[in-house]
Ligand binder design. Structure first.
Ligand code: GLN
Length: 545
């Protein structure tokens, strides 16, 4: 049976519970254990697919096409284990399942209640498919004290009784703030947060304390005494310069050995952390640098581009260089002013247009693409970025000023059009305009075949690739001939040849645009080949200027 680790958060949000959970997963893996990570989300949305990235950050897409919280991206990047739809459980999902059961009559006339029906459904979701792992790490979203989180806390309290003390562990991530006027680190917020947990019947076994400076012996003793944990289980989680240092730093503080001790798993050999040491070393001592401009519209909340940001860093790791990223608001490039473009773009070694929804900023993105095309600056288009590259070529090279996307407006030249039918294996999937918005896109892994005389083939070194998707519109094949005449070659399509997946320019040093999201599959220890190649092209550009 799997052992269960529950990670809760206290005091404030944004302490990095996702990275903490993912780092613990990486440490247990480094000790030879098989792990699975799972996120329990108290919000009422069924999934974050319909949430505004400004509020919630990136929607991370799994292989099996679930739209999930960005923490699942951390789990995958730190452990290399691909998550599934079962690893993202929200209140909305639990309630919609319970209500569907109730409508079917599954509860045989019982009054359906939070306890036991909702809590049972949560427990069921936690236990699902855990038989094949040594550890299931479950992160509870939100902060202890949130009303929405109560059923989840109750469920994990019950689970400890179900699986036993020795098979379950509670970790509480908290903040120990420094108060300059007092010149002291303060333990009181943590004490209160633990009291709140205890009032729900949960006694944390380990406190993971975020702090911007070392926590002295005195504060540790105080935390241990008031929070009822062993002093050695008060683990300091100091701020570190890169997230990939977190596993190393937690190990140095003894997190993994305390976890193993709790489960009665004493090991004589130290975990092998060499992959993390190598990554941190490369990040600390880069041999050069490049500046990449990301032309987006969620540039004020960088969480909206979490995986993309990390994938660019991974591309830097592969080339042993540092990648500076300039987040450029596409709307600011829309005035059509040449001086603005020169000021914002001319110093860039690479330009990337990422995924997006809606028309706002589209003109600015096309302006940036035109600039990259004309000035031979490496260009990487992702999803919406491919769609904009197609429109830019048709408008500016082909002279088809009316070319547009039906996502924006009714148009006489729908070069990007709504996809209403597509194949998933042998099954035809359909989208009905006007129906539900949630979970109705072309989502998750789809195979794509590549032409062997293309740059993309040289990069992947494979004729058949598989990448994750999240889109509702597609390059309209009715206009393929016109698009190709503008110098954009379609070098990758779905296996049935029906949907264009990749476009390249042969008259440009590096101009690749893809309909999928390669950033979801990049790992620090296995950078995605497209990002590695793009950063390398930017480095060559840097050598030119
Ligand atoms: N809005 C576009 C579509 O739905 C692109 C989506 C994206 O970039 N993820 O097709």
């Amino acid at each position: 049976m799997a052992r269960f680790i529950f990670v809760t958060g206290g005091v404030v949000s944004s302490l990095g519970k996702g990275i903490a959970s993912a780092s613990l997963g990486a440490l247990l893996q480094a000790r030879g254990y098989k792990v699975l990570l799972r996120k329990l989300e108290p919000y009422i949305n069924v999934d974050p697919g319909t949430m505004n990235p400004f509020q919630h950050g990136e929607v991370f897409v799994t292989d099996d096409g679930a739209e999930t919280d960005l923490d699942l991206g951390h789990y995958e990047r730190f452990t290399g284990v691909n998550t599934t739809r079962f690893d993202a459980v929200s209140t909305g999902r639990i309630y919609s399942d319970v209500i569907a059961n109730e409508r079917r009559g599954d509860y045989l006339g019982a009054t359906v209640q939070v306890i036991p029906h909702i809590t049972d459904a949560i427990k069921h979701a936690i236990l699902k498919n855990t038989e094949h792992v040594d550890f299931a790490i479950c992160e509870i979203g939100g902060t202890v004290g949130d009303i929405e989180g109560l059923p989840f806390l109750e469920a994990i309290r019950q689970l400890r009784n179900d699986v036993g003390y020795r098979n379950s562990l509670f970790i509480h991530l908290t903040l120990v703030p420094y108060i300059p006027t007092a010149g002291e680190l303060k333990t009181k917020p943590t004490q209160h947060s633990v009291q709140e947990l205890q009032s729900k019947g949960i006694q944390p076994d380990i406190l993971l304390c975020r702090s911007d400076r070392p926590i002295g012996l005195e504060e540790r003793r105080k935390l241990a005494l008031f929070c009822n944990v062993k002093p050695e289980c008060v683990i300091e989680a100091l701020d570190v310069p890169t997230i990939y240092q977190v596993p190393i730093s937690y190990h140095e503080q003894g997190l993994d050995s305390e976890v193993c001790k709790h489960f009665g798993l004493e090991s004589k050999t130290a975990p092998d952390l060499s992959i993390w040491e190598k990554i941190v070393e490369t990040l600390k001592r880069p041999e050069g640098d490049v500046t990449i401009g990301v032309i987006g519209k969620y540039t004020e909340l960088l969480d909206a581009y979490k995986s993309l940001h990390q994938a660019l860093i991974h591309g830097g790791i592969a080339n042993k260089i540092h990648v500076n990223i300039e987040w450029i608001d596409a709307v600011q490039l829309e005035d059509g002013n040449k001086a603005t473009l020169i000021e914002r773009l001319s110093h860039l070694h690479g330009i990337l247009v990422p995924g997006a929804f809606g028309e706002r900023g589209a003109l600015g993105k096309m302006a940036a693409i035109q600039y990259a095309r004309e000035h031979k600056i490496p260009f990487f288009g992702i999803c919406f970025g491919l769609q904009m590259a197609v429109l830019e070529a048709l408008k500016n090279i082909g002279g088809y000023k009316e070319a547009s996307s039906t996502e924006f407006e009714p148009t006489s030249m729908p070069a990007i059009a709504l996809m209403t039918e597509w194949a998933k294996g042998d099954v035809v999937q359909k989208y009905f305009p006007g129906g539900d918005l949630g979970g109705t896109m072309r989502l998750g892994n789809y195979e794509c075949k590549l032409q062997t005389d293309s740059k993309t083939y040289d990069i992947y070194k494979s004729k058949l690739i598989s990448e994750r998707h999240r889109h509702r519109y597609e390059v309209n094949t009715e206009y393929l001939e016109k698009i190709e005449k503008c110098g954009l070659s379609i070098v990758g399509t779905t296996v049935d040849g029906l949907l264009p997946e990749i476009a390249e320019r042969k008259d440009h040093p590096w101009f690749v645009a893809v309909q999928f999201h390669p950033e979801f599959k990049s790992r620090p220890f296995k950078p995605h080949p497209l990002f590695t190649s793009f950063v390398e092209a930017a480095l060559n550009q840097n050598r030119l200027v």
